[in-house]
Design a protein around this ligand. Structure first.
Ligand SMILES: *Cc1c(COP(=O)(O)O)cnc(C)c1O
Length: 837
């Protein structure tokens, strides 16, 4: 396929047609690849390793990004439009090669070129190791947003941390999760470019001095205990078939000086080296906790480090554009992805008042006009608060600034809520109900002009339950932007069969950048020939996943069985153990009722547990223990298989979501803010079995209740039941199937008679059951029976699957980004018109 007609090249804006070096036709690609192999890797084709070839290919692709990248930045500079700075402690971008090829539209050309050299491009794409710079949904959202920003040609920079060790690599040994370090940089990262010349110094610790300067002004000097040096690694983020290439700028910490010479000269060589090592520890490792907060000093330092680097960098860009510091809010819209970067509010204030001598009121106005805050969770254990003493020891000047912000804010609140001191107490940035803490969500709210939740239910609960006092004070600040995922990675790259079918059925590829057009599939939902092709695509995807499962676990699964999938972080609120209760119930039915008319199912689990989250690790053990028994019981035959696929990641997801037929979204209603996995499944034509939680509600609305398996209590009902007194043991007593399932587990049936093994789990279910599994159990099992009935009619099932995909138009991150841009950032696209490079 020739994708290089002149019109297309012109569309790449400023890429001169005579620029042969980065041209995209086979001859130029071949030349570039062989050059990189020899002159970058120092190898000839005969002796090149797999990694040499991968790197040479990656550099060849990167060259083609770089030209567009430099055009984009000069265009942004020239037009001076507002740039989005997306601040996130995590970016889970996944493998880059396939995505860049897709967006540059050179997949076919490069595949052909390499094939002639005996190299399989698809194999290089498949084997690429991904940077695991995030835990799960939050980091993956940031990556989808970067893709949509670039595709929408909105000027944007993603700011974060260049962790040396990403999220651990999970293996399963004897059924238990084992964590292995993820040395993702071991063989080099060809996508990022290090820019030490843009390094910045970051202060930490120490104390402040107050003084009066020469002209009689009150001034504050921060005397730090130590300083570290931050340098950026820039990764180009190409939009889909547009000339815009934005930047993901991740910061690494280094020692300010290679050695501390004062210590060195005293003869303490090891001490000097140690100080260097300590500085570099700052960005060594990603905290592997998802949806839980640990008040660790290093974590606070990481957060401040990358935010300080980011704001300094924005000031450098401002200066480079010749603009005064007061233009900051017009030049940048800074989005806080959760509270991890919320310290930015205090840091921008510090920069403006202490370093640029801007008066407080003006600085505060600029700060609020700059920041917007996205809340991601209602779980109390995930809300960040820092013990005051710890905070002061790391950021003494910021604590002073926070006190001053708080003083002014609470005075405003006292006037607004006259006589209501208890409300003022609740609003305070400092939690003084026991040990004192700095409340980061409150800092983010006060310092932002917009606050949003990530799905409609979540945004409502923020207003009513999480931050009602802030809502009473500033109702106009609160907004809701439902999450989305990019159809480029999650359909085009992951599910090429579906992509080809969609393009053929819709007559063009516009759906790739305009996902709502996928609605055009709906009119084919009753077309027998289309349905047959749809089923073939799904079956091919299921066979690929079956092969992956066999390779990784040794378990052979039947691609004709129903693929029932639950992949996400392992967490009690996500209730993987509710799915286990259902599986055990099925098993019990098979053993006691000879229920041979059961629909054959393969239950596929995946997900990591935080290393310190003992209960979640026990949930993994429970899944694998049930799998061992069920899979080896000859009586069960093909009717029931259970698989735990280790190391769930973006790469694994790309194989899993397209193969799924049933998407398990079974969190307790009111606990999952949005979810994005649910959207990936729906786009790929899986039906959802889910609670009315997060974005499940919106998915159900869109696809229609008749194409969605809803069960369980609503968030309201769950809260009411909890308030009126929840007695899980009564449910256990009164439901024979539930009792049988729990008794099998706690009797040691799945643990070779070791009745104690799962007791922490089963005791909790019987006594507290915070996530109310037992309350939803009967409804869930009944709903699963309806799934069986529906699956028996393959034609009707596929029809529903097509409708799920066709009606998922709302769940593209392109739509989310358009909403942020219009309502929160007040920024617009800066497309390349192709005139003047
Ligand atoms: C999409 C995704 C998630 C989020 O899944 P949820 O089901 O929304 O929790 C987590 N991890 C990876 C690797 C993902 O791709």
């Amino acid at each position: 396929m020739n994708t290089l007609e002149p019109g297309h090249l012109r569309g790449q804006g400023g890429v001169a047609e005579d620029d042969v070096r980065t041209a995209c036709e086979p001859e130029a690609l071949k030349r570039a690849f062989l050059d990189h192999l020899l002159y970058t890797q120092g190898k000839t084709l005969e002796i090149a390793s797999h990694n040499d070839i991968y790197l040479a290919v990656a550099y060849t692709v990167r060259d083609r990004l770089l030209r567009r990248w430099s055009h984009t930045s000069s265009r942004h500079k020239r037009h001076g439009t507002r740039t989005v700075a997306y601040l996130s402690a995590e970016f889970l971008i996944g493998p880059s090669l396939g995505n860049n090829l897709l967006n540059l539209d050179i997949t076919d050309a490069l595949r052909e070129t390499l094939a002639r050299l005996g190299i399989d491009l698809d194999e290089l794409v498949r084997r690429e190791v991904e940077p695991g710079l995030g835990n799960g949904g939050l980091g993956r959202l940031a990556a989808c947003f970067m893709d949509s920003l670039a595709t929408g040609e909105i000027p944007a920079i993603g700011y974060g941390i260049y962790y040396e060790y990403g999220i651990f690599f999970q293996t399963v040994v004897d059924g238990w999760q084992v964590e292995n370090t993820d040395k993702w940089l071991r063989f080099g990262n060809p996508w990022a470019i290090h820019h030490p010349e843009w390094g910045v110094e970051v202060k930490l610790g120490g104390y402040t001095e107050h003084y009066t300067d020469d002209v009689g002004r009150f001034r504050v000097r921060w005397v730090p205990e130590k300083t570290v040096w931050g340098t950026p690694f820039d990764t180009p983020v190409a939009g889909y078939k547009v000339s815009t290439v934005n930047t993901l700028r991740l910061w690494r910490a280094e020692a300010t000086e290679e050695f501390d010479f004062s210590v060195f000269n005293r003869g303490d060589y090891l001490g000097a080296v140690n100080k260097k090592v300590t500085s570099e520890n700052l960005t060594k490792v990603l905290y592997p906790n998802d949806e839980s907060h640990q008040g660790k000093e290093l974590r606070l330092e990481q957060q401040y480090f990358f935010v300080a680097c980011a704001l300094r960098d924005m000031l450098r860009i401002l200066e480079h554009r010749g603009l005064p510091v007061t233009e900051f809010p017009r030049a940048f819209a800074v989005q806080l992805n959760d509270t991890h970067p919320a310290i930015g509010v205090a840091e921008l204030m510090r920069l403006l008042i202490d370093e640029y001598l801007v008066p407080w009121e003006q600085a505060w106005e600029a700060t609020r006009a700059t920041f917007a805050y996205t809340n991601h969770t209602l779980l109390p254990e995930a809300l960040e608060r820092w013990p005051l003493e710890l905070f002061k020891s790391v950021l003494p000047r910021h604590l002073e600034i926070i006190y001053e912000i708080n003083r002014r804010f609470l005075n405003e609140a006292r006037i607004r809520f006259f006589g209501d001191e208890s409300r003022v107490f609740r609003l305070s940035l400092i939690d003084e109900s026991g040990e004192r803490y700095v409340r980061m969500a409150h800092l983010a709210c006060v310092g932002s002009h917009a606050i949003n939740g990530v799905a409609e239910l979540h945004s409502t609960l923020i207003k009513e339950q999480l931050l009602p006092d802030f809502y009473a004070m500033w109702p106009e600040k609160f907004d809701s932007v439902t999450n989305g995922v990019t159809p480029r990675r999650w359909v085009v790259l992951s599910n090429p069969g579906l992509a080809a079918l969609a393009t053929e059925a819709l007559g063009d590829e516009h759906w790739i950048r305009d996902w709502p057009r996928i609605a055009g599939l709906e009119k084919h939902a009753d077309d027998a020939a289309f349905i047959e092709r749809w089923q073939r695509v799904k079956h091919t995807n299921k066979r690929s996943l079956a092969a992956l499962i066999r390779d990784e676990t040794g378990v052979v699964v039947n691609p004709d069985s129903l693929f029932d999938v639950l992949v996400k972080r392992i967490h009690e609120y996500k209730r993987q153990h509710l799915a286990v209760l259902h599986i055990v119930t099925r098993y019990h039915r098979l053993k006691t009722q000879r229920a041979t008319d059961m629909v054959p199912r393969t239950f596929i689990f995946g997900g990591k547990a935080a290393p310190g989250y003992v209960r979640a690790k026990l949930m993994i053990k429970l899944i694998t223990a049930v799998a061992d028994v069920v899979n080896s019981d000859p009586e069960v035959r093909d009717l029931l298989k259970v698989v735990f696929l280790p190391n769930f990641s973006v790469s694994k997801g790309q194989c899993i979501y397209p193969a799924a037929e049933l998407s398990e979204q079974i969190s307790l209603a009111g606990k999952e803010a949005s979810g994005t996995g649910n959207m990936k499944f729906a786009m790929n034509g899986a039906l959802t079995i889910g609670t009315m939680d997060g974005a499940n509600i919106e998915i159900c609305q869109e696809v229609g209740a008749e194409n969605f398996f809803a069960f369980g209590m609503s968030a309201d009902e769950a809260q009411r039941l909890l308030r009126s007194g929840y007695y899980p043991r009564d449910l256990y007593r009164d439901d024979a199937e539930l009792r049988a399932a729990i008794d099998l587990i706690r009797g040691g049936f799945f643990s070779r008679g070791d009745a104690g093994l799962f007791e922490p789990l089963t005791n909790d279910l019987l006594n507290e059951d915070r996530y109310m599994l037992l309350a939803d159990y009967a409804s869930y099992v009944e709903c699963q029976d309806r799934v069986d009935a529906a699956y028996r009619d393959a034609r009707q099932w596929s029809r529903m699957a097509v409708l799920n995909c066709a009606r998922s138009g709302r769940f593209s991150s392109d739509r989310s980004i358009a909403e942020y841009a219009r309502r929160m950032w007040h920024t617009s696209a800066l497309p390349d018109t192709g005139h003047g490079g």
